[in-house]
Design a protein around this ligand. Structure first.
Ligand code: KIV
Ligand code: ZN
Length: 500
């Protein structure tokens, strides 16, 4: 079976989508999850694009041990220099350079003739090769490029030393038939492609990102570029978990295998959703809440008789725990630690101490704590306290249909108690205004506010995700509590302090 490489670009193409930005700590968490998944390449960012991106690519490159780490670079020396500086300490560094080859991009964006584009591809691939052998070239907007010109461009890149050639469907324009034909054509007219890895990178504008990627694999592509949960510009990129499970479930059809540890997929997906402050759509393939639920009686009957009647893959294969446990206030640290390990979370002793305290706090308010609660607590509460952090100490809200809502909020900042009072349109607005008076972040507005319960029952935890806009920047905040106003205030503090 051939090995189909998974090139994950959650931290680059995914992270550059509005509302999906991550801080350094979150990027490192995602990179570690990708390493656990066993992806072949992590594209950690676009080093030249900002100081923050440079730092995060460098940090990820230095931490990750089991896969390649790449940085994106335009086909210009200063980008390639920065990308090299950022990835050079990786165990297996890669430089990923790109230049557009479609008529519309060459004429209007690059203002370059086709000849200049070919010269540039040659010169910049050679330039990158001076640093590192593992150079990837992407022909941006390949699927709207003239096939003959695209073939010339990739032949030039291969001759100049590119080891991977990527064919992006940058604007999600293609369909599976066309994609397969394009890969087949390129393999035929550029025989040198047999000495390199041919890759695809499909956007999802017409909802065909995954289908196009798989069609390319059928036609001989050996690398797929994708993102966890399909994050990415506009409608996103092809979703990693869908591609991997399709290849895994239909091995014979695709004639290949990835090296992904599929039982890490669910956890990686949850982590990424919780960082960007979203939940999987309920019917999302592979990781949505209903992906393995059988409601119709006829289906349930079939599954009870033989799971394979309606199940083409098992929940366990993507890491959804098979047994279900309930804990309460008498549960001990050891039992909780064991269950967390079974759920795939190995906490350090310091983190476990923080976690266990929040578990006990929750157990005082909620009788039965199940796996969903543990997972939610993990996503929110394992952070060991750091200096210069605002933490909610206490709050009071007063609201009703005949009073102006008001809130008193007290935050703890490095041991100093800071208290403010504010009025607002409802208790949440009043509480957020009180937080604003304390935190004093740059001007911002609340773009989105979302509250959902974790699990069932009147004492269920409330989980709040919100988005805050500050100019062009969007940050997310999340909070968890059995009290929805408290969850909201925690989420707001979490988001707004990211603007500082
Ligand atoms: O979509 C695209 O074309 C890209 C390239 C930079 C690979 O993201
Ligand atoms: Zn892209």
């Amino acid at each position: 079976m051939k090995h189909i490489k998974i090139f994950d670009t959650t931290l680059r193409d995914g992270e550059q989508a509005p509302g999906c930005s991550m801080n350094l700590k979150e990027k490192v968490e995602v990179a570690k999850a990708l390493e656990r998944l066993n992806v072949d390449i992590i594209e950690a960012g676009f080093a030249i694009s900002s100081k923050g991106d440079f730092e995060s690519v460098k940090t990820v490159a230095e931490i990750i041990q089991n896969c390649s780490v790449a940085s994106l670079a335009r086909a210009v020396p200063k980008d390639i220099d920065a990308a090299y500086e950022a990835v050079k300490n990786a165990v297996a560094p890669r430089l990923h350079i790109f230049l557009a080859t479609s008529p519309i991009h060459m004429q209007y964006k690059l203002k370059m003739s086709p000849e200049q584009v070919l010269e540039n591809i040659e010169a910049m691939t050679k330039y990158a090769k001076k640093y590192i052998d593992d150079v990837e070239f992407s022909a941006e907007d390949a699927m709207r490029s003239e096939p003959e010109f695209l073939a010339k461009a990739i032949a030039v890149a291969i001759k100049a030393g590119a080891k991977t050639i990527n064919i992006p469907d940058t604007v999600g324009y293609s369909n599976p038939k066309e994609m397969a034909e394009r890969i087949t054509y390129l393999r035929k007219v550029v025989p040198e492609t047999k000495d390199i890895t041919l890759s695809v990178h499909c956007h999802n504008d017409l909802g065909m990102g995954v289908a196009n990627s798989l069609a390319a694999v059928e036609a001989g592509a050996l690398q797929v570029e994708c993102t966890v949960n399909g994050l990415g510009e506009r409608a996103g990129n092809a979703a990693l978990e869908e591609i991997v499970m399709a290849i895994n479930t239909r091995k014979n059809l695709y004639g290949g295998e990835t090296r992904i540890k599929t039982n890490e997929l669910y956890r990686a997906s949850k982590l990424v959703y919780s960082i960007i402050g979203m939940r999987a759509p309920i019917n999302k393939a592979i990781v949505g809440e209903n992906a393995f639920a059988h409601e119709a009686g006829i289906h349930q009957h079939g599954v009870l008789a033989n799971r394979e009647t309606y199940e083409i893959m098992t929940p366990e294969s993507i890491g959804i725990p098979s047994n279900y446990m309930v804990f309460g206030k008498h549960s001990g640290r050891h039992a909780i630690e064991n269950r967390l390990k079974e759920l795939g979370h190995n906490l350090s002793s310091e983190e476990m101490t923080v976690f266990f305290k929040s578990f006990k706090d929750l157990a005082d308010k909620k009788k039965k704590i199940n796996d969903a609660d543990l997972e939610a607590l993990i996503g929110h509460k394992v952070k060991v306290s750091q200096a210069n952090e605002y933490k909610l100490d206490r709050f009071t809200v007063n609201s009703g249909n005949y009073v102006t809502s008001n809130a008193i909020v007290r935050l703890n900042y490095n041991g100093k108690m800071l208290e403010e009072v504010a009025i607002g349109d409802g208790p949440i607005d009043a509480a957020f205004k009180a937080v604003d008076k304390i935190v004093k972040a740059p001007p911002h507005s609340l773009d989105d506010y979302n509250i959902q319960s974790v699990g069932e029952g009147k004492d269920a935890l409330g989980e709040v995700f919100l988005r805050i806009r500050c100019g062009d920047e969007i940050v997310t905040g999340r909070g968890l509590s059995t009290d929805i106003i408290e969850a909201s205030i925690i989420a707001y503090i979490n988001g707004v302090t990211k603007l500082l």
